[in-house]
Design a protein around this ligand. Structure first.
Ligand code: ARG
Length: 273
């Protein structure tokens, strides 16, 4: 009789224990079952690369919209992630390394005021364009002899950021003497060099150029004939239509509702750095 009782308690204990363990286990995965149907319960991550030295599209600041990052592009990236229930992670990558980072899988997309061009189109796929810019020339306020792109060829020292479209325009289209081209890593540095007289001019994208010029008391020279319109778009790995569709849906909605224009206006007062 005692033996039977013992066996009974042992069996009961086993049942009890396994019930506790089961419920503990299902407690752990319980949260995951709601969204676990797609990818094991975790929210999908969106890894974004940018080169945050391009105000007002991307720059770093103490209290940014996403960590230290802020700007028009950062706000767009955040909306793409939010609207698709994804967790946004931003990496700061030198501009000329962004396309390689996409293709190595380090980042899912690059948003960096990146101009669509044929060479880049061979390596990545682009979203719908979300902004139109052109190049401008930043010169000293008192400068009178640089009036257009051609006048840069008269032995002027011209600064560009390495790998930006201005680099290829100055090097290939205008064919400025290599000895007169100074390539830097950030627009702000070469604009400072115009200010302190080391350079005669900087060729850079219009919105960034205008902000940097204003902040440093410099002048902007436009030449809409030589510098044609450039469209900014988001880049993804070739064939990644799943992500590209998500991006285009958000961009189209933002374009139609005027949200991109609003962002561009909102960030016009930003402290260029
Ligand atoms: N629009 C130019 C280009 O595509 C410059 C972009 C620079 N972007 C940046 N995030 N730093 O080459």
């Amino acid at each position: 009789m005692k033996k039977i009782f013992k066996r009974f308690t042992l069996a009961a204990l086993c049942v009890l224990l396994s019930t506790i363990m089961l419920s503990a286990c299902s407690g752990n995965t319980g949260g995951g079952t709601a969204d676990g149907s797609s990818s094991g319960g975790a929210r999908e991550k969106l890894t974004v690369g940018t080169y945050a030295a391009f105000p007002p599209f991307e720059y770093t600041t103490t209290n940014g919209l996403v960590g230290e990052f802020d700007g028009i592009d950062i706000a767009i990236a955040k909306k793409i992630a939010d609207d698709n229930g994804m967790d946004l992670e931003i990496s700061n990558i030198e501009f000329s390394g962004l396309i390689a980072a996409i293709n190595s899988g380090k980042i899912d997309m690059a948003i960096a005021g990146m101009t669509v061009n044929d060479e880049r189109k061979q390596n990545v796929d682009f979203s719908v364009p979300y902004y139109v810019a052109e190049q401008v020339i930043v010169v000293a306020d008192g400068n009178t002899d640089i009036t257009d792109a051609q006048s840069l060829k008269n032995g002027k020292k011209v600064g560009v950021v390495m790998g930006y479209t201005a680099d290829s325009i100055v090097t290939n289209d205008l064919a400025i003497d290599e000895a007169n081209i100074v390539r830097a890593n950030r627009g702000i540095d070469i604009v400072q060099d115009v200010k302190n007289g080391k350079l005669d001019a900087v060729v850079i994208d219009s919105y960034t150029g205008k902000q940097l010029a204003e902040k440093n008391g410099l002048k902007v020279v436009e030449d809409k004939e030589s510098f044609t319109a450039e469209e900014y778009a988001i880049a993804v790995q070739k064939g990644n239509t799943e992500l590209l569709d998500k991006i285009n849906n958000v961009l189209n909605e933002m374009l139609e509702s005027g949200q991109i224009d609003e962002l561009a206006a909102q960030y016009s007062e930003v402290e260029a750095q």
